[in-house]
Write a protein that binds this ligand. Sequence first.
Ligand SMILES: *Cc1c(COP(=O)(O)O)cnc(C)c1O
Length: 467
Amino acid sequence: MRYVSTRGQAPARDFSSVLLAGLAEDGGLFMPESWPVFSAAEWRALRGLPYAELAARVMAPFTEGSLPGDTLRLMTQRAYAGFGHAATAPLVQIEPQIFALELFHGPTLAFKDMAMQLLGQLFDHVLAERGERVTIVGATSGDTGSAAIEACRDRDNIDVVILHPEGRTSAVQRRQMTTVLSPNIHNIALQGSFDDCQDLVKAMFNDAPFRQEMRLSAVNSINWARIAAQVPYYVAAALALGAPERPVAVAVPTGNFGNVLAAWVARRMGLPIERLIVGANRNDILARFLASNDMSVHGVAPSLSPSMDIQVSSNFERLLFELLGRDAAATTDTMQRFRAEGRMPVPDEAWRRATALFHGFTLSDEGTLEEIRRLHRDSAYLADPHTAIGVAAARAHRPEKGIPVIVAATAHPAKFPEAVEKATGFRPPLPPRMADLYAREERFAVLPNDLEAVEAVVRGHARRNSH
Ligand SMILES: *Cc1c(COP(=O)(O)O)cnc(C)c1O
């Protein structure tokens, strides 16, 4: 499988190169040159397989030419072995025709582990094969940093430096990062905001000599491998509910559009997904786009579902590329105008194509608490704020009778205990394997908001290539 850039000015690459590169050289996002399509018989053959096996088979067309099938299978087995549930991603019915697909049984209690645990294996494998090493640098307001740390801890070819804003992440989120004491993991508590952290990371990547010397790399949500690793769980859930004979719908609480894009990919591969429902909090750019073709940037406002507090959904460019008939020049032009004018000029015809499949939904913080309360009262189900938005979206936009809706349950309720307690009066306990999180030793460096100081720390930690 070869990958092309949505901006059309970068050479086609294979899976391993796309994995290490992240973003294409022309600023675009990588997409498969063509879509693999499974027949009904091929879908049926996956039914009932253990999750790791199913994941390897669904991903095989995407890694073809880069990774032997056996190697991929070994990696999916290792990636999901540490999950706290024997089904990896169990499907739980929460009301008639609405099912929560629990994606939060990984080491950091959020869905990003589903992809990141595998990405850690993939990076390690490809780097070892090439005799290379990298320093992964990232900024986090919570979930992404801990998922990257858990995925890369103790790996020989990778050093990780994660910046978080001092005092501005939840205690659970911070401790999930700072209690990992592996020698290749380094946490920086920055005296500044999340935006300051992001600006410093960008500045390090823009410092070309530094970037080269440290072999900086990122594992952010535009990496194609992350999307590919998120496709299998939609397949597993749909098969369990009767696909390919019976269609399903999918509802996803959305931030960067990566998770819902993976569901779109599953559909493109022939899985009968009839509708895609996009849940948002008050940061509702996607819902506004779907309602009235208004993709315009407003400021980011904090909410009870912080992992969805985004201004621009970076993976949307991939859908745009498809909506525009894979016209890279038109995609480039649209993205450049979006950047310059703060409003994306999507042609009406393309927008209509999107709305035929996607439905948008917005929920306030009060509505989110009410939904958590309702689920607890009516279904004895404890949902985190992100999942609650997904469930409310599913209820509001479910298709006609007979079509079940799969809701991506993206975080464990114990990851957001304050909101859950506020809604239910009940503080969700951490799973037993993490019960001692608050007693574990923490390690992090506190640094001023200063590029030189941060670069000095990264330089001190990066174990560079000896050649
Ligand atoms: C990252 C995240 C999301 C948003 O996922 P995207 O792929 O960025 O749309 C939703 N919920 C939780 C809990 C997350 O961590």
